[in-house]
Write a protein that binds this ligand. Structure first.
Ligand SMILES: C[S@@+](CC[C@H](N)C(=O)[O-])C[C@H]1O[C@@H](n2cnc3c(N)ncnc32)[C@H](O)[C@@H]1O
Length: 263
């Protein structure tokens, strides 16, 4: 498995902003981490957090990894084959954290296949564990940067949906360029959707919600399904972090945009 470099700080609290839904404030890097190497200016939306893998997660890796992990390979992925011959619409989830929402959604939408990317190793173990506990057959995990997966493994026009829930908000202005939802990446996401496919984003950080609305609305391949922010779709559960935030009076914004037929 290909996990990227580790930065030795786990879920730090921000000096300038509240934490997001998973308790990760998205500023889990020093300034240097936000500076891309001059020869490598592609989107790097994460810094790998250190974190302990529990015994249960390690067992899930050993027992379920061979069945549910899709290794990253820079070549086109046969989606039906990846899901064990299960044909069906495929939703890509980017950054599932500990997989609480992912497992819930896979349960309530059993006919949809979920290809889920996460670079945080304990999170991958946690979702594998949930797959085992809940006997889920419609999830596959790629423990790799979703940007690479999109660029090299997935074909344009093939996805039924993309879920990006509580992406790292990268609060500080000089880190904003690391946010996932920015024009170039959104164009790429839109190109990978089939006509009628959707992008569903959620965030608890208002400035990021505003950026999401602006960027998604400016993408010609997409149309908003709501006037601005969307009502929370029923399939997305309130996670314990989100509930905690709501009790503290924090807002949460959902955005659902649909791929138009324009090429
Ligand atoms: C703030 S957490 C949110 C987790 C989860 N969606 C939730 O709602 O609790 C963002 C997650 O996205 C992951 N992530 C960020 N960029 C990623 C990328 N390019 N590919 C895969 N995972 C990514 C991070 O490792 C982190 O676990």
């Amino acid at each position: 498995m290909n996990f990227p470099d580790t930065v030795p700080n786990d879920l730090p609290r921000s000096d300038d902003a509240p934490a997001s839904a998973d308790g990760n404030n998205g500023d889990n890097s020093g300034d240097d981490a936000a500076k891309p190497h001059p020869l490598h200016r592609r989107l790097k939306s994460f810094v790998k957090r250190a974190g302990r893998t529990t015994e249960g997660q390690a067992r899930a890796f050993a027992e379920l990894g061979p069945l549910f992990l899709v290794p990253y390979k820079p070549e086109p992925l046969d989606l039906t084959e990846a899901f064990g011959g299960r044909a069906g619409p495929t939703v890509l989830e980017i950054g599932f954290g500990m997989g609480e929402a992912t497992a819930h959604i896979a349960t309530v939408l059993p006919d949809t296949n979920f290809l889920c990317c996460e670079v945080h190793e304990p999170g991958v173990g946690a979702l594998l564990k949930r797959i085992g506990e809940q006997s889920l057959s419609n999830i596959r995990i790629c423990a790799h940067d979703a940007v690479d997966v999109l660029d090299h493994m997935l074909q344009p026009g093939t996805l039924a949906g993309v879920h990006v829930f509580f992406p790292d908000p990268w609060h500080k202005k000089r880190h904003n360029k690391r946010r996932l939802i920015q024009p170039e990446f959104v164009t790429k996401l839109a190109q990978h959707l089939r006509t009628g496919g959707y992008i569903h984003c959620a965030t608890d950080w208002q400035p990021y919600a505003e950026q999401m609305l602006e960027v998604l609305a400016a993408e010609p391949l997409l149309r908003n399904t709501a006037e601005a922010y969307a009502p929370k779709p029923e399939y997305r559960p309130l996670t314990k972090f989100e509930n905690r935030g709501i009790k503290l009076g924090h807002g949460v914004w959902d955005l659902v945009f649909e791929r138009t037929s324009a090429a």
